[in-house]
Write a protein that binds this ligand. Sequence first.
Ligand code: GLV
Ligand code: MN
Ligand code: MN
Length: 407
Amino acid sequence: MTIALDTATLLAQLTQLGIIGHDVGGGRTRLAFSDADKQGRDQLFAWMQELSLDIKIDYIGNIFGTLAGSDPALAPLMIGSHIDTVINAGMYDGCYGVLAGLAVLRALRQAGIVPRRSIVVAAFSNEEGVRYQPDMMGSLVYAGGIDVAQVLDVIGTDGTRLGAELRRIGYAGDLPPGAMVPHAYLELHIEQGPLLEAHATQIGVVADLQGISWQQITITGVANHAGTTPLAMRHDAGWAAAELITQVRRMALASGSTLATVGSIQFSPNAINVIPQTAILTLDMRDPDDQKLSAAEAHVAALLQTIAAQEGVTIRSQQLVRFPAVHFDDALVAEIAQTTAALGFSQRQMTSGAGHDAQMLARIAPAAMIFVPSQAGISHNPAEYTSDADLIAGATVLLAVVQRLSM
Ligand code: GLV
Ligand code: MN
Ligand code: MN
């Protein structure tokens, strides 16, 4: 049976959600459990109500909208992603997957079709992990990978306690995490990288996702006068940070597959004529091969010792995140590939470079992902862009796979 997607509503909702948390000069910021996140959630909640979905919220604020199937004995099919953003984000990351999920349910409603299996659209809390670590937090909690009490106590980069903020915005729900174990989990997402566009391919069939390691590194030296302290007598936390940044790039280049990024750094006292006393920086490392990622972590640990000895500073490292590489469900990946081929879209099997909620749901259910191209591979940036045609192609594949798995 052919069921039509209401693509105009999907595209309009993406734009409408993208306006919430708008930054002066472009982009939007909806950090997890902030006022802007609340506004985005309220909008999503209203759209779920318009579709008469059964809406539930769990202890960590994950939002689930369910279209009931005709056979309550069958485990539900779950489709989802996230609507929180990084700082000054684009409008597609995460939001596309959630709103395409709603578009699938709208198409079924409009066609008057009741699937056999219930279909749940999920918006997982704090996927981005910018304000509170770890990232993919809502889905990790949902999959039982971390205790909910532990994450409610997490202190954010702004000094706030997560649990207090969740309650403040009104999204501390009463559904225990993991209450609905899905038959399968599907996540549609923009690629956030350059490969699909470079190969003029419409659909990415995601077979696996690389391992992720995050650490916060604190370097402590001695603040001193920039004009009077000979170079050889300095204990310069700033120089040590710079050396580390340079060396991790060298390491990553030599490995051939490891990626290493220092995305945040703070000097103290941060003054033009004072040698930095402290530098606090973050290191994000990723590799599809877990052994290589572990080797990179060991290399960094040794580097920290060398640099500390060289400059006479102390260096402490705190692990914030360590997620292993994930291999998605072979049968579900094959199902997506076959459906994409049957619809006549070009496709490419690929590894996800970004972290996604699907990697956590893969712990409790067969999971897989569908990617669509990102123009110039730009993401986590207001310039993030995917053409309407590509967005519609991805939603079309999602709808077809959902039909096959839920009817
Ligand atoms: C999530 O966006 C990530 O950092 O991969
Ligand atoms: Mn995302
Ligand atoms: Mn993201």
